[in-house]
Ligand binder design. Structure first.
Ligand code: TXA
Ligand code: MG
Length: 350
């Protein structure tokens, strides 16, 4: 059975943290909140414990994990060398939603890295996550705490839906703040490359780094034949609710019209339609569709915070199909659109 412990996110009870840390040290699994999404943690230096994460999630074992650290010293121990560039990024963005891909150090089990010569490291900006890592005295390996392929969990309730009975404990610290995962930045090559857009935006990184580029997979572009993705996670279907998602992109008024037509068509065929709409267009959809909103177009941080929860809500409403409006790819909007494109089975350009 899974124990669920509620705690104050700003002032976590040290006794609960100590019990959770004990589970981690003994090789068990603890789900915990971070500032991005909930993570499913295990001792990052224990290959057997890490294997348990893959089993609980049903995750392919060649998709490597992020090691979460609570101080710079831990990061130094996990990497063969942290370059001046790495140290600059750490100074600017840690603790925070930036994961760095760096050359891996000696003591990291291959279950963490999927056999790669590099390792992903980040320092989360959440009192519960930091307290848990410190109390365990170990780097904590943690992917998002969802069943593989499902939207990442932004509340403890989402984690329970996916993992109740499959993990030892869940720390309930309320909703995760950002709602989308960290930015994954590979700094092992000649130029830094964003492998996954996330909480730290491309624009923010470009202010600190020269030549930071986006991996082609970020924009949802097809990779050239025979080219393996740089981030193994990119080749898997992801973030998908039970119903298929059709994404409509382009000029807002055209999107509204095209989406309306498709919604009416599908409703007429007897389908239960869900519409994921911006606040501005929501009133423009009539008929039988279940409409859920994701905030205003001008504030993509709202869409980021709401997206995964909305996709899960459509599951609860048991819709047959979800029609989603795209938003602009500026700032955190890029991460929102990356998740929507990867959840979509069809993209309609309007
Ligand atoms: O916000 C987050 O990053 C959350 C919280 C819990 O920290 N974690 C998270 O983990 O999203 P996960 O496992 O769902 O995503 C990790 C991503 C995957 O796409 C994986 O392929 C990539 O990081 N990754 C991990 N190690 C890598 C490496 N050595 N080289 C390239 N990509 C790597
Ligand atoms: Mg994930």
């Amino acid at each position: 059975t899974t124990r669920v412990w509620k705690l104050d996110p700003n002032n976590p009870d040290p006794e609960i943290i100590a019990r959770a840390a004990e589970i981690i040290k003994k090789g068990g699994l603890v789900a915990f909140p971070t500032e991005t999404v909930y993570g499913l943690g295990a001792n990052g230096l224990d290959g057997e414990a890490v294997a348990g994460i893959y089993r609980a999630k049903g995750r392919p074992s060649d998709n490597p994990l992020i090691l979460h650290v609570a101080d710079l010293e831990m990061a130094h121990r996990l990497s063969r060398s942290l370059s001046p560039e790495a140290l600059l990024l750490i100074e600017q963005f840690w603790p925070g939603p930036l994961t760095l891909i760096v050359p891996k150090g000696g003591e990291i089990p291959q279950q963490v890295t999927g056999g790669l010569g590099t390792v992903a490291i980040r320092m989360p900006d959440h009192p519960v996550a930091l307290a848990l890592i410190k109390a365990a005295g170990l780097p904590i390996a943690a992917p998002s705490a969802n069943r593989s392929g499902r939207p990442s969990p932004t509340t403890a309730a989402h984690v329970r839906t996916d993992l109740e009975g499959r993990v030892d404990a869940i720390l309930d610290g309320g909703p995760a703040g950002l709602g989308l995962e960290s930015t994954v930045l590979d700094i092992t090559g000649p130029c830094p490359v964003i492998l996954r857009p996330g909480g730290v935006t491309h624009e923010q990184l470009a202010r600190v780094l020269k030549n930071v580029t986006l991996d082609p997979s970020v924009l949802g572009e097809k990779l050239p034949k025979d080219q393996a993705p740089r981030s193994p996670g990119m080749k898997y279907i992801h973030y998908a609710p039970a119903a298929p998602v059709i994404l409509f992109e382009g000029e807002p008024e055209k999107v509204r019209k095209a989406l309306s037509c498709r919604a009416e068509e599908l409703s007429a065929m007897g389908k239960r339609v869900g519409v994921l709409a911006t606040e501005e267009s929501a009133a423009g959809y009539s008929g039988q569709a279940k409409i859920l909103t994701m905030g205003r177009r001008k504030t993509p941080s709202g869409a980021a915070a709401l997206l995964f929860g909305r996709l899960r809500e459509f599951d609860r409403l048991q819709v047959d199909i979800i029609l989603a409006e795209g938003i602009e790819t500026k700032g955190i909007g890029l991460a929102v659109m990356n998740r929507l494109r990867r959840a979509a089975s069809e993209i309609v350009k309007c």
